[in-house]
Design a binder for this molecule. Structure first.
Ligand code: PLP
Length: 389
């Protein structure tokens, strides 16, 4: 792609276009191969530095996804992984070592929290959990050996926002590396790198893939960080397979228009829920009632697809509403074409004590919607019939 000033919709489709040739397949073929042959042994060493050497190191199907994500995230480079957790753990391992200290958001994605609490301490890495949307708390957590500030915005499930520009600016003055999990936004709603963040990680399983048929991950950053993370990926072997990467690229090509629809649907649904008599509270960044609405408006291009709400009434009534929905599938995850519904107290947060859950706002009556690209009137009608039962 010659013009880096193209809009996101054009980049999503054309960033990975091959070099101009007289005739080539319009879509990238699947390089379903473990290894690549060279014409003469003298070429072998040169091939090792490319994506056509041995698939644990790289593969042209990975490159197509990586080129596209780098273009969308305004990054110098990107890498794909076998899962979001592989992207997260490989990136963290690339920047910390024994003796280092990490500061992280207290209500992180559950498995990331598990990695930080159950694995990093084994390798002599200390960790402090705080509210990263409060810069004073972050400053108080600082130690002489703090190496990494790990952020998530918006948080799951109550969608607290972190001011990435402010965090990145402070971290730079202390030589602390910043990583942000950008899964909930996708690069269409938020591009963290131009705000000063060092590394962006994704569960590509969600919006980047967009069809709920793959588990995969991705990272975008400077060429320098990507070289370090590449060293971890090729050693730990946390790579995708070529066919999955081919499907991921197919999904990424429609990312901008999917996100546009998801943003519109979710805002309409959040507004509908806010005015419903059975509902106590709605969490959505683009509602004026969100405590960080101003930050949402400056930092995000769209509110994203997660809408969380608390009903007036009991846990049984909340369960009854969920079971009465006909268009929303009861399933964890997000980012597919179809709308999903979960109750965080029974899924993502079931291992957390009730007191702790209440402290972070995850009550028994909390319902989380992951909005898809269906017609919004049909989704609202479904919610209405379920709420009126
Ligand atoms: C799903 C998710 C992950 C984990 O990704 P996997 O692809 O399941 O490994 C990490 N962070 C966030 C915010 C997620 O939603």
């Amino acid at each position: 792609m010659k013009n880096s000033n193209f809009h996101q919709e054009t980049k999503a489709i054309h960033a990975a276009d091959g070099a101009d040739k007289d005739s080539r397949p319009l879509s990238t073929p699947i390089f379903q191969t473990a290894t690549f042959e060279v014409k003469a042994i003298e070429e072998q060493l040169k091939a090792a530095a490319t994506d056509s050497f041995y698939t644990r190191y790289g593969n042209p199907n990975f490159t197509a996804c990586e080129t596209t994500l780098a273009a969308l995230e305004l990054a110098e480079a990107a890498l794909v992984f076998s899962s979001g957790m592989a992207a997260i753990t490989n990136s963290v391992l690339a920047v910390v070592q024994a003796g280092d200290h990490v500061i992280a958001q207290s209500d992180l994605y559950g498995t990331t929290y598990k990695f930080f609490t159950q694995w990093l301490p084994r390798y002599g890495i200390e960790i402090t959990f705080i509210e990263t949307n409060n810069l004073d708390e972050v400053k108080k957590a600082l130690r002489p050996n703090t190496k990494l500030l790990y952020l998530e915005t918006p948080t799951n499930p109550i969608l607290k926002l972190v001011d990435l520009k402010a965090m990145a600016a402070w971290a730079k003055t202390k030589s602390i590396i910043t990583i942000v999990d950008n899964t909930f936004n996708s690069p269409i709603n938020l591009q963290p790198l131009p705000l000063g963040i060092d590394v962006v990680v994704h569960s590509a399983t969600k919006y980047l893939c967009g069809h709920a048929d793959l588990v995969c991950g991705a990272v975008a950053s400077s060429a320098d960080f990507i070289r370090k993370i590449y060293g971890v990926r090729s050693t730990l072997g946390s790579i995708m397979d070529a066919h999955a990467a081919w499907l991921l690229l197919r999904g990424m090509r429609s990312l901008p228009i999917r996100i546009e629809r998801v943003n519109q649907n979710a805002l309409r649904i959040a507004e509908f829920l806010q005015h419903h008599k059975s509902i106590k509270k709605v969490y959505y960044p683009f509602l004026a009632s969100h405590p960080q609405y101003e930050l949402a408006m400056t930092q995000m291009k769209g509110g994203g697809g997660i809408v969380t709400f608390e009903i007036k009434g009991s846990e049984e009534q909340a369960c009854k509403i969920v079971n009465s929905l006909k268009l929303f599938a009861i399933a964890p995850s997000l980012g597919g074409l179809e709308s999903l519904v979960t109750m965080p107290a029974l899924t993502t947060h079931f291992e957390i004590s009730k007191e702790e859950r209440m402290r972070i706002g995850v009550s028994d009556q909390l319902i989380r919607l992951a909005i898809g690209i269906e017609n919004v009137e049909d989704l609202i009608a479904d919610l209405e019939q379920a709420l009126n039962k």
